[in-house]
Structures are given as C-alpha cells and as structure tokens.
Design a protein around this ligand. Structure first.
Ligand code: NAP
Length: 250
C-alpha cells in the first residue's frame, strides 16, 4: 500500500489537463496510482500534469479524446487496454459551461453542454465499466451543486449535471454486483478557468452565499474524489458528496 491506494492501481481522469481534473490526477498519483490523463485540446498542459505524475514516481499516460465523440472515446479505451491491460479507477471530470437564461438559449448552446457533460459522462463511464468487469473498480463523477439545486443562467449545465447524478446512482446499482462502486463529487465554486468566465458582480454575490466565505481550491475537490475512489470508501456507493464551503443546504 502506498498512500490510499494499493501499489499498481491504475486510474483514468478525464479532462485532466487543467483545473479540477489536473488536481485529481496529481492527488491520485500522490496516493499511489498510475494515472492516464485525458484531455481534448490542451496538450502542453496535459504534458505538464503527466510530468508531475512521473515526478511522484508513478506512470503517466496521455490520452487525447473528445469525450462527447463516441469513436474517440472507444479508441481511447482501446489504447488504455492495449497499454495497461487493466483499469481500477475512473474519475469522469471533463465538463464545460455555456451559460445563459433559458428563454434566450439556442439549441446549439444546449446541445454543446449536454453532449460534453452528460453524453460524455455516459460514454466514458460505459467504457470504463466494461473494462472493470471481472476485476471491479471505482468510478467518481464530477457533477456540480448546480445539478442538485439548479442555478439561474445555467439551465443546460444544471440539467446535464443533474443527469450525471442520476446516471451515477443508476450505475451504482448496476455495478454493485460486479464489485464496481460509483459515487459523485458535486463542487460549488472552485477557482479554475471555468469560474473565470463568471461576471464579477455575479461572482461577488455567489461568494456572499458561501458560509466558508471563499471559493474552493481544485485540490480540495481532488481530495474528496481520491477518497471516494479509494479503498477507504469501500462501503460507499451511489452517493453524492458536495464540496462547496456549505453553499447549498443538505
Ligand atoms: P476547466 O478548468 O475549464 O477544465 C476543463 C477540463 O475539461 C479541461 O481539462 C478540458 O480539456 C476538459 N474538457 C472539456 N471538454 C472536453 C471534452 N469534450 N473532452 C475531453 N475533455 C474535455 O474546468 P474545471 O473547473 O476544472 O471543471 C472540471 C469539472 O468540474 C467539470 O465537469 C465542471 O463542470 C465541474 N465543476 C467545476 C466547478 C468550478 O467551479 N470550477 C464547479 C462545479 C463543477 P482541454 O484543456 O483540453 O480543453
């Protein structure tokens, strides 16, 4: 055992080139995992994350794929199978926003977010699950408090993340007999590129609604994801852990 995970544990993190996904990749490596780093476009940043994983004495694998594209997702898992043979942990994190009020939302904006966040979660989870049949494993989805409580201006995003939570709860029931645990981390406001897009006045208002009085750091989400993915959470499945500084009730 090295950290939370047994030696040789193999993990995939989607959207691991930046932000929360990058922090999850590093946290998993710190806790003993070899990490496959998926990204869509930010190759140089993904390489930096891979270097950090290798500096921790773990193997890193770079896998470029758009999670909303079925053929690319299938090819990514094929490469993973060929290179590593097994997969123990998948953190399904990749996601985007394209905010706007519902009454003025184009179907393009709707589809863009739903296809990356929800269809992407479906495609990557399906392939991860298939790869875990026989050996078991753990999946962690990164959803959002918007998917639990809703958020004005985020109809597409909130719907996609609510869908991810329902998908995870269903997969938890299907996976349990096969030794696959499935959980969700639902972050609130976390200091990444995604949040930099939020207008200043809106951000100020949001911060006032956070009891802990600040945004979260990617590493704080990563610790929650690593816990749920690891053996310390062996009796936890189908659950949602909010990491939001106390922002939403319950
Ligand atoms: P971020 O800094 O914008 O990073 C997004 C990551 O997702 C990048 O690695 C990006 O890859 C990847 N990605 C985007 N579209 C992709 C696609 N089609 N296929 C593969 N990878 C794709 O965002 P973040 O804040 O870290 O968000 C990570 C997750 O946490 C998302 O699911 C987000 O919804 C969720 N979340 C974030 C917050 C927050 O406040 N930041 C709050 C709640 C939930 P490239 O770099 O290659 O584009």
């Amino acid at each position: 055992m090295s950290g939370l995970f047994a030696e040789g544990t193999r993990a995939l993190v989607t959207g691991a080139s930046r932000g929360i996904g990058a922090a999850v990749a590093v946290a998993l490596a710190e806790q003993g995992c070899d990490v496959a780093i998926n990204y869509r476009a930010s190759e140089a940043k993904a390489e930096e994350v891979a270097a950090r994983v290798r500096d921790l004495g773990r193997q890193a694998l770079l896998l470029k794929a758009d999670v909303s594209d079925e053929a690319q997702v299938t090819a990514m898992y094929k490469e993973l199978r060929v290179r590593w043979g097994s997969l123990d942990v998948a953190v399904l994190n990749s996601g985007i926003t394209a905010d706007g009020h519902l009454a003025a939302m184009s179907s393009t904006k709707w589809n863009e977010v739903v296809s990356t966040n929800l269809t992407g979660a479906f495609l990557t989870a399906r392939e991860a699950t298939k790869q875990m049949y026989g050996g078991g494993g753990a999946l962690v989805f990164i959803a959002s408090t918007s998917g639990i409580a809703g958020r004005a201006g985020q109809a597409n995003y909130a719907a996609s993340k609510g869908g991810v939570i329902a998908l995870a709860k269903t997969l938890a029931q299907e996976g349990a007999p096969r030794g696959i645990r499935v959980n969700v981390v639902a972050p609130g406001f976390i200091d990444t590129d995604m949040v930099k897009k939020v207008p200043g006045a809106q951000m100020k208002e949001a911060l006032q609604a956070i009891p802990l009085g600040r945004m979260g750091e990617p590493a704080e989400v990563a610790q929650a994801a690593a816990f749920l993915a690891g053996p310390a959470a062996s009796y936890i499945t189908g659950k949602v852990l909010t990491v939001d500084g106390g922002m939403i009730p319950g």
